[in-house]
Design a protein around this ligand. Structure first.
Ligand code: CP
Ligand code: NVA
Length: 330
């Protein structure tokens, strides 16, 4: 029997088997081919979805909007400022109302418990568009990008440099374990993923042939890495005051030419974006004025290099989010 995830929510990758994750990656590639060759695929005509954002977004919001419209669906975008959500109506009540009106709900916000509660109460599939703990839709796009470059997952080493306990790092550890990859978290001891999640991922990896390593040594992290991955040093929802400490703690883990030099010969650089690789942003400019640094988690040189696949990842967000919506709503 083929894989089906129809009717399910997409909250975190721990809820999905390796086969289900591979199925979503394959479906994303199929949608990419359809889109690129201009073949219409309005396969969910008549359905409607709502996007609840409690944090800002470019890629995730646009991917859900364009993906939903390409599938023929009606799409509503709600931010906290334009709905009753949060101020006058609880997430739980909002979910019960929206579940009566819409066929699917996307949520981006804070604690994972909120999106889990939404899914429990809404009665329709709920998709996690990023929480403090996880960013699962990003993973399907990232693994599609890895597959496009290397044609396989098993045995590949992916090292995450920097704030290795944030939502993206946590999710990468899970997806690598599920796909038989070697995940390495490279950063200071203070910024390592929780012991509980590490131990869960190690048990998964033991069955798939993958592994999970934690290290504070840049050379150990970089050595033979096929994928060098990093993310912003202070995530959405964290206080601004953290910048100073994070710059001090994480600067040794910046992805630069020396790191890429130690990685595998054909290594690629990945980043979920947005990225501070120059000072062309308000925050980038103010950090440069305050701390005298013009690049943070990745140098402009690496970001702009031929090894960087960051814009493939960004495009793949749309194809993979479309696959996730289709697979759960069809
Ligand atoms: N990578 C990602 O989730 O980007 P946005 O914050 O722009 O959605
Ligand atoms: N860790 C980042 C990811 C952004 C896509 C954040 O949560 O802000």
């Amino acid at each position: 029997m083929g894989v089906s995830i129809a009717g399910r929510s997409f909250l975190k990758l721990l809820d999905f088997s390796s086969d289900e994750i591979r199925y979503l990656i394959g479906l994303s590639a199929d949608f990419k081919r359809l889109k690129r060759s201009g073949v219409p695929h309005r396969w969910l005509e008549g359905k409607n979805i709502v996007l609840l954002f409690e944090k800002t977004s470019t890629r995730t919001r646009c991917s859900f909007e364009v993906g939903g419209m390409d599938l023929g669906m009606g799409v509503t975008y709600l931010d906290p400022g334009s709905s009753q959500m949060g101020m006058k109506e609880s997430i739980e009540d909002t979910a019960r109302v929206l579940g009566r009106i819409y066929d699917g709900i996307e949520y981006r916000g804070f604690d994972q418990a909120i999106v889990e509660e939404l899914a429990e109460k809404a009665g329709v599939p709920v998709w996690n568009g990023l929480t403090t703990q996880f960013h699962p839709t990003q993973m399907i796009a990232d693994m599609l990008t890895v597959r496009e470059r290397f044609g396989k997952f098993e045995g590949m080493k992916l090292t995450f440099f920097g704030d290795a306990r944030n939502n993206v790092a946590n999710s990468l550890m899970v997806v690598c374990a599920k796909l038989g990859m070697h995940f390495c978290a490279c950063g200071p001891k203070e910024n390592m993923p929780s012991e509980e999640l590490v131990s869960t991922c190690r048990s998964i990896a033991a069955k798939t042939g993958g592994s999970v390593t934690l290290t504070d040594s840049v050379s150990e992290g970089a050595q033979n890495a096929n994928v060098v991955y990093t993310d912003i040093w202070v995530s959405m929802g964290e206080p601004e005051e953290l910048w100073e400490e994070r710059i001090r703690l994480l600067s040794p883990y910046q992805v630069n030419a020396a790191v890429m030099e130690q990685a595998a010969e054909d290594a690629i650089f990945m980043h979920c974006l947005p990225s501070f690789h120059d000072t062309k942003t308000t925050i980038g400019t103010s950090i440069a004025q305050k701390y005298g640094i013009c690049e943070m988690e990745v140098t402009d040189e690496v970001f702009e290099s031929s090894r960087s696949v960051v814009f493939d990842e960004a495009e793949n967000r749309m194809h993979s989010i479309k696959a996730i919506m289709y697979a759960t709503l069809k």
